[in-house]
Design a protein around this ligand. Structure first.
Ligand code: XMP
Length: 541
């Protein structure tokens, strides 16, 4: 597993027992400026020791310790002399393996509760006598292991918080990581700073320096190619790699003809002109639109676009190679040093983020991972025998944004909303034609500009227009019209997995609607999508 941070950092290792909140725990610790890393629940104690953590947190999880095949910890972990905090199922694991008694109550306690703090545990320093907490558990501890004391109780449990001060083992039946435990952050702070003695040494400034060193070590004097989409992740990856290896990086930006208005201009301006990144711009509009002719099935559209992308990308790297060979030949003729590299692109850079890494280490069958797989244009590394460079794979999205800002990327890029790889094609229901693209692009531009002008753009997850294959009757002046329908899709979400439609002010909706029907030729009706995800998806295709 390639997740180790330099040992000079303080570090908390989180064992993932499959809780929906594991990532939240990891983020809360990072917010305390302490590096956190999620590993699988069954990582052996010896390997955990090798990671040199200052502390270990055991996440919650949906299982009961008595379930057949329930995830079980390596009990040696409790003898490493490293502080451990078990949360929910993590506490049950601790009690179960250390000789306490855990019973399956048969009912799941779920919701708000009140914790009465009973014996001044260091975990609750500065928190008074009682706390609002959030419960979500099925098992319950009914007898403590030897050496443990109760530290807090709730109405339904005498052992809602427990500790063995000697061995620095702590357990909470409730979830300190969620917002419904309002002072949970302070509990985690007490654990991380005062019990584990972590320093606040995880900052994006130090990350940038270390990431650059790591990339230089990995890449040596080889060349790296990156598919730049203009999205946050690939943009920050490009800026970071450029800082680390300069012209050993070449970015390829493919205009697939399915971009938002002026997108290609923005990317070329920011990366080519401002950052002086080696940027190869490929206008493949014709090729994509030809391949999409007559295609109406959503999955087929994605397949066509994915395949075209790989072909175009492959061709672009071959052109780069040919160009490099020519340059090298010229340099050799002038008897100058080779300028680095062996003439081929050994590495492909990708803006993989930590949530994707966590999903792949988590216990199997995480449905989120399955839903996401179709979203990336896969196949490039295998097809072209690249090795991967993934400099931001340790980071959460908010951390990537901070890195982007520190590297000098404009807000326009750093805070942009997600935009799908297949672009406007999945927002045009039915066939993608130049005329229909042009209608959607104009409508989309109006949505973006009104959202930005009102500052709502930065408060929502995504806001965009969709073009339906539906025409309806309208009236314009004295004329009857029979024109297209635009839908506004504006949603809030944490991670794109679930979403809700945003209750935008009526005045803003009215302005967007009237501008679209007045300014976009061919549209006479604007609708507002009031579906959440699930059951709907965010995109319409
Ligand atoms: P859905 O529509 O599945 O979208 O609710 C969830 C999030 O993923 C984005 N999305 C995509 N991103 N390629 C991508 O890179 C895709 O094919 C794709 N489809 C959806 C969507 O915009 C939303 O943020």
């Amino acid at each position: 597993m390639k997740t180790s941070a330099p040992p000079k950092h303080s570090k908390i290792v989180i064992l993932d027992f499959g809780s929906q909140y594991t990532q939240v725990i990891a983020r809360r610790i990072r917010e305390l400026q302490v590096y956190s890393e999620v590993v699988s629940f069954d990582l052996p104690a010896a390997e955990i020791k090798n990671l040199h953590p200052n502390g270990i947190i055991l996440s919650g999880g949906p299982a009961s310790v008595y379930d057949k095949g329930a995830p079980q910890i390596d009990p040696e972990i409790f003898s490493l002399g490293i502080p451990v905090l078990g949360i929910c199922y993590g506490l049950m694991q601790m009690a179960h393996h250390l000789g306490g008694r855990v019973v399956f109550t048969g009912r799941r306690e779920y919701g708000a509760g009140m914790l009465h703090i009973t014996n001044g545990s260091q975990l609750f320093d500065g928190l008074g006598n009682q706390l609002d907490v959030w419960n979500s558990h099925g098992d319950e501890v009914t007898a403590l292991p030897k050496g443990f004391l109760a530290a807090g109780r709730t109405e339904s449990s005498d052992f809602a918080a427990v500790e063995d001060r000697q061995r620095k083992l702590y357990g909470l039946q409730f979830h300190p990581e969620v917002a419904h435990t309002p002072r949970g952050k302070e509990i985690l702070q007490n654990f991380v700073y005062h019990i584990c003695h972590c320093a606040m040494d995880w900052t994006m400034g130090s990350f940038i320096e270390e990431a650059c060193e790591r990339v230089r070590r990995q890449v040596g004097d080889e060349k790296v190619v990156l598919g730049l989409s203009g999205g946050v992740d690939s943009s920050v990856t490009a800026a970071l790699l450029h800082k680390a290896i300069g012209d050993q990086l070449t970015c390829i930006f493919v205009n697939n003809g399915l971009l938002r208005a002026r997108e290609e201009e923005i990317v070329q301006r920011v990366f080519g002109e401002n950052f002086h990144v080696r940027l190869k711009y490929v206008d493949a509009t014709e090729r994509f639109l030809t391949a999409l002719k007559g295609v109406t099935d959503p999955e087929q559209k994605r397949k066509v676009i994915g395949n075209e992308f790989i072909a175009v990308f492959q061709h672009a790297t071959e052109e780069l190679l040919a160009q490099d060979r020519q340059n090298n030949a010229r340099k050799l003729a002038a008897a100058s040093p080779s300028g680095g590299g062996h003439g081929h692109y050994k590495f492909l850079a990708q803006g993989t983020l930590y949530p994707d890494v966590i999903e792949s280490v988590s216990i199997g069958g995480n449905p989120a991972a399955v839903i996401k797989s179709h979203h990336n244009v896969g196949g490039l590394p295998e097809k072209m025998h690249f090795e991967l460079v993934e400099p931001v794979r340790q980071l959460f999205k908010d951390e990537v944004r901070q890195v982007g800002l520190q590297l000098g990327l404009p807000k326009e890029i750093v805070y942009r909303q997600p935009f799908p790889g297949p672009g406007l094609a999945v927002r045009i229901l039915g066939e993608v034609t130049p005329e229909r693209l042009s209608i959607l692009r104009e409508a989309d531009t109006i949505v973006q500009s009104e959202m930005k002008a009102s500052d709502w753009y930065y408060r929502v997850w995504q806001s965009f227009a969709v073009l339906l294959p539906v025409r309806s009757v309208g009236v314009m002046g004295d004329q009857r019209t029979y024109d297209n329908t635009i839908v506004l899709r504006i949603v809030e979400s944490q991670d794109g997995m679930t979403a809700d439609w945003v209750r935008l002010p009526y005045e803003l909706l009215a302005r967007i609607s009237s501008r679209i029907s007045n300014e976009v030729k061919g549209v006479n009706r604007v609708c507002f999508d009031i579906s959440s995800k699930p059951p709907s998806t965010i995109e319409w295709e």
